[in-house]
Design a protein around this ligand. Structure first.
Ligand SMILES: [Zn+2]
Length: 103
């Protein structure tokens, strides 16, 4: 039996992806809501997402808003933004209906 070359456990790959991301870390993320400069950010797990080089989430201590910085291929970034909006926007923007859809 030949030995299969181990390419690392999912845990190791995830760690490598996070380290790669840290080199792409922006100096700060500007809060989408109150424009504060957020220096603290959390790298997101993007090991399963194609086309994304780095993604960070910053929680604003001033207004409690979460802002995301995503770097990668344009389409992948747009898709990830939509996925986050679906997951997060549903709660944070619940009850807000675009004017065009109002009766
Ligand atoms: Zn804010």
């Amino acid at each position: 039996m030949g030995q299969a070359k181990l390419r690392g456990t999912p845990e190791q790959r995830k760690q490598a992806a996070i380290e790669r991301q840290l080199s792409l870390r922006p100096k700060y993320i500007r809060c989408n809501n109150c424009q504060a400069e957020l220096n603290e950010m959390t790298p997101m797990d993007i090991s399963d997402i194609r086309g994304i080089e780095a993604a960070f989430m910053a929680h604003c201590p001033h207004c409690g808003h979460d802002t995301y910085a995503i770097k990668g291929e344009r389409e992948a970034v747009a898709q990830m933004h939509m996925a986050i909006e679906d997951a997060v926007g549903a709660q944070s923007q619940a009850g807000v209906v675009p004017a065009a859809h109002r009766r």
